[in-house]
Design a protein around this ligand. Structure first.
Ligand code: ARG
Length: 457
């Protein structure tokens, strides 16, 4: 059963085998394990380390195993130590002695490193594409709601008027950064550890450039110790995924608030909401809550990986087997979150009137009122003070700046005139915020179009 039986007199105890085994979670890398082995066997044949016909025999056997695993004809043997042991054992079962030549000039240490890199390279590409889908929905919605006035908040207090499109594009920017972080990480991780062998390279004349090319890597790793003991790419992906989860979680938190009766800015589609077993009226934003909850889980995976790696002397140590469950969980969680969140966002109904009426309360045009005076030559600090007095007066009278009579304005500052009513009109307040990056509708439209272009190339 074990590949390393030679020097042992006894077989492994059942509990040790179970504890030591990783096949329950590394079997998902069977494609990559076979892909890596095919490249290795091909190289062994090309360099004359094994005979050409032996190499071809191995490759043929491996392809058969892949086919049978994919079609469900062949099942993993859960008693095996790991996916590498299973596939090599199965190969030898099928093709005899030539199967035993596959592991020449290779160790499971470089084998597992190459498997994880190939697996994660593919997953990173998938997450990049899911992020693009999300950004596309965000930018399209931003175009649709480019002039929809809503309150912008600080401290969750109504602050200044913005547009819903502008608010959405803020998330678009975050996800664009996430995208470029993953693209960057993909570049850095695309270096081939195969041929590092156990830790010290090999005396066989292997060609690491050839396996790199066959597996689509940019180059072989420069140092064999680093090649087998590096898991930076797991840490980096997990960190990038954690930041994605921070963004998704903040977005979810807002969606949850916006769905509440207190806000009612949006209504989720029935297909993306759940009900209550006791309260017939309930419509709950479970998807957003789960996404918010899963962020904790992904952060935990990242912390677990960092902690597992921090005290390991070079080169390979079994602690490193702990990398897989954590990084797989982080990858799976982020994919599930994106797959659920994007259509939920895409199908929401936006209640523009509720946003507009929320914007009309809370004096969110007070800064514009002060700016009106400032533009007439009054120092901003004096204008600020005068407007503060106006707000206090409105609160006393139970009115707002739009409906406060001119004589009240004049009492506070003589420079006020009827023009102020136009200056504090919410649509105008938003339309005039044309500073670069600001929420004016024409800005939002351009930002959204630029964003769509960015994800096309
Ligand atoms: N299952 C192991 C892992 O995931 C494969 C490498 C085993 N190497 C070893 N020297 N025991 O890390």
């Amino acid at each position: 059963m074990q590949l390393w039986q030679g020097r042992f007199k006894k077989s492994l105890s059942k509990t040790t085998n179970d504890f030591n085994s990783s096949i329950s979670f590394d079997s998902r890398m069977f494609r990559e394990d076979i892909q890596g082995s095919i490249a290795h066997a091909t190289m062994l044949g090309e360099t004359g380390i094994i005979k050409k016909e032996e190499s071809l025999h191995i490759v043929e056997g491996l392809k058969g195993i892949l086919e049978n695993l994919l079609s469900g004809k062949l099942h993993f043997d859960m008693e095996c130590e790991d996916i590498h042991t299973f596939i090599e054992g199965e190969l030898t079962k099928r093709i005899g002695d030539d199967g035993k030549r596959l592991h020449t000039a290779r160790s499971r240490n470089d084998q597992v490193a190459v498997d994880i890199k190939l697996y994660l390279r593919h997953e990173v590409e998938e997450i990049i594409s899911l992020l693009k889908d999300l950004i596309k929905v965000i930018a399209s919605k931003a175009k649709e709601y480019y002039d929809t006035v809503m309150p912008g908040y600080t401290h969750l207090q109504r602050a200044q008027p913005i547009t819903f499109g502008h608010h959405l594009l803020a998330y678009g920017e975050m996800f664009l950064r996430d995208l470029s972080r993953l693209q960057d990480c993909r570049k850095r991780m695309n270096i081939n550890p195969l041929g590092s062998c156990a830790l010290a390279g090999t005396t066989y004349p292997i060609d690491r450039h050839m396996t790199s090319e066959l597996l689509g890597f940019d180059a072989p790793t420069n140092n064999s110790l680093d090649g087998v003991s590096d898991r930076d790419y797991c840490l980096e992906i997990a960190s990038d995924l954690s930041i994605i989860m921070v963004h998704l979680s903040r977005f979810s938190e807002e969606m949850i608030m916006w769905c509440s009766w207190e806000f009612k800015f949006v209504e989720l589609d029935d297909a993306f909401s759940t009900g209550s077993s006791i309260m017939p009226q309930k419509k709950n934003p479970d998807i957003a809550e789960l996404v918010r909850g899963k962020s904790g889980r992904v952060f935990g995976d990242t912390m677990g990986l960092l902690t597992a790696m921090k005290g390991i002397a070079l080169a390979y140590n079994k602690d490193m087997q702990e990398d897989k469950e954590a990084i797989f969980d982080a990858v799976d969680s982020v994919k599930m979150c994106l797959i659920s969140f994007t259509p939920m966002l895409d199908t929401m109904t936006v209640l523009k009137n509720k946003m507009r009426s929320a914007a009309a309360g809370g004096f969110i045009n007070a800064t514009d009122c002060a700016d009106y005076l400032t533009k007439k030559g009054i120092p901003f600090r004096d204008a600020y003070k005068a407007t503060g007095a106006l707000v206090a007066r409105c609160i006393d009278l139970g009115t707002d700046l739009e409906n406060l009579p001119m004589e009240e304005y004049k009492k506070v500052h003589s420079a006020f005139d009827d023009g102020v009513y136009e200056a504090i009109n919410l649509e105008k307040c938003v339309a005039d915020r044309t500073s670069f990056g600001g929420p004016a509708p024409q800005n939002v439209m351009k930002q959204a179009e630029d964003m769509l272009k960015k994800i096309e190339d």
